[in-house]
Ligand binder design. Structure first.
Ligand code: PRT
Length: 109
C-alpha cells in the first residue's frame, strides 16, 4: 500500500469521514487500476457496469435475509457491502457522495 493510499490512514480514520475516505480510495483505484484490487476488477469487468449492478442486487437480497433473521451483525455487514458497491457505482457515473447528501438534505425537515 502506497503512502498516498487513503486507507493507509485507516487507524486515524474518523467514522464520520469514512464515506469520503472510502470514495477517495475508489476514485484512486479507478485512476490507477492496481492489480489484485477488487475495486479495479469492478472498473475493468467484461460485464461493464452490470457487474456492480448485479452486486447491488445480490447485496440487497442479503440485507433483506439478514433483516428477516433479526441478525443485526449480518445486517451491518451486508449494508457495508451495499454502500461500498454504491460508492463504486457513483464513481462510475461521475457522481460523488455529495450528490447523495444533497438529495437527502433536500428532503430533510
Ligand atoms: N468495502 C469494501 C468492500 N465491501 C465488499 N467488498 C468485496 O465485495 C465482494 C462481495 O461480494 P460477495 O458478497 O459475493 O462476497 P463474499 O465472498 O460472499 O463476501 P461477504 O458477503 O462475506 O462480504 C467481496 O469480494 C468483498 O471483498 C469490498 N471490497 C473492498 N472494500 C473497500 O475497498 C477498499 C479497497 O479494496 P481493493 O480495491 O480490493 O484494494 C478496501 O480496503 C475496503 O475498504
Amino acid at each position: 500500500m502506497s503512502d498516498t493510499d487513503p486507507s493507509a490512514d485507516a487507524d486515524s480514520a474518523d467514522a464520520d469521514d469514512i464515506l469520503d475516505d472510502l470514495f477517495e480510495l475508489v476514485e484512486q483505484r479507478k485512476e490507477d487500476l492496481p492489480e489484485g484490487s477488487y475495486t479495479t476488477s469492478l472498473f475493468t469487468h467484461e460485464k461493464g457496469e452490470n457487474a456492480v449492478l448485479e452486486k447491488l442486487g445480490e447485496e440487497s437480497t442479503e440485507i433483506i435475509l439478514a433483516a428477516k433473521d433479526d441478525d443485526t451483525e449480518e445486517l451491518a455487514h451486508e449494508s457495508a457491502d451495499f454502500v461500498y458497491h454504491l460508492l463504486v457505482l457513483l464513481s462510475m457515473k461521475e457522481m460523488t457522495p455529495d450528490d447523495l447528501r444533497n438529495e437527502l438534505a433536500a428532503r430533510f425537515g
